[in-house]
Design a protein around this ligand. Sequence first.
Ligand code: KG4
Ligand code: ZN
Length: 390
Amino acid sequence: MDAVSTPIYILAIESSCDETAAAIVRDGEELVSSVVASQIATHQPYGGVVPELASREHLRNIIPVVRGALEQSGRTLADVDALAVTRGPGLAGALLVGVSFAKAMAYAVDKPLIAVNHLEGHIHAVLLEQRQNGNHDLRFPVLALVVSGGHTHLYLAEQGFDAERPEAWRYRNVGHTRDDAAGEAFDKVAKLLGLGYPGGPIIDRLARHGNSRAVPFTISQMKHRDRNDRGKPTPAGPQFDFSYSGIKTAVLRHVELNNLFSQIEERRQALLDIAKPTTEDYLRVCDQPTVDLIASFQRAVVTDVVQKTLAAAEEYGARTLLVTGGVAANSALREAFENQAPKRGVDVHFPSRVMSTDNAAMIAAAAYPKFIAREFAPLDLSAEANLPLK
Ligand code: KG4
Ligand code: ZN
């Protein structure tokens, strides 16, 4: 096919949650430009993402962000081969901003539009960076763990199953969270302890200073099929499901039993006065038992994520594990996977920290095989808040 002999530049837009992002990637393997406008400051006072505010901020940011990605790349829209956009899953109103904008732009400049699943984007964040670093050999079967604020999902990722479209990827879900995602648990526990939003990075930094064995937390183990899956066909193989709402309640119970509420309120107030708290600032407002509690919480979640993922890798004979999504930035999680996966003969790859959290480069990278396979979206494409990955 002609298209593959010349470099293909894809401009992608991502607006599924609280980052407005645009990026240009060449051939799914070279990051040309990437701009991310974070809305953390907007949502911080509320301790979590407020969907209406997210949509409003996306509307405000989308034009400067797309313009920024084009300027950074030194290209114009005319030099771009296709546009890509996150179709879902995510916040309906937030997705709608990106999808409407991308459709209008594709129509105006007469370029094909490619719809990408956000979770597929997270998986391709790792693949993009692997290829950029010269690693083109991926040992299959590949198991991908997408662990973020909205997901704790395991997928078997396959390529080359269709001779007509050898570049195409497909995915089979072999595990998901029954309730809260791992990142959500980090965020909710941080909020409960008066630490602010988003909680993951704060807990990550504080946990290094605590005794992770101080509080013995246990994580619920799923023995039965997910009730929400009733009526759906029985999965082909075993499922490795997660559940993190119980540990959030256990932390709350610990707070109640130890009467920590006034201390937490003091901490919250003290942190409100600091524009950008450093690790030292956080440590100053947390006594040692609190830091130990944080470390124990993190250890429980990380141990559970790692154990279940490695059990799934073993069950499905995975030779490569891709760990991606915001929580993949967690130091303890990375260390545990890096220590344990190679011992089981599994290669493990992560995205860099900036590519772990939401960005548009991952969307452009996931769009590239679809471009080669000519999988273009119709111009009546709609956003889908619950879009499954297949
Ligand atoms: O992928 P992402 O940017 O957005 C979603 O698609 O959800 O992930 C954001 C999530 C938040 O829950 C945040 O607290 C978590 O990733 N996160 C972390 C770390 N950095 C971000 N969790 C644990 N440790 C971190 N270092
Ligand atoms: Zn994400």
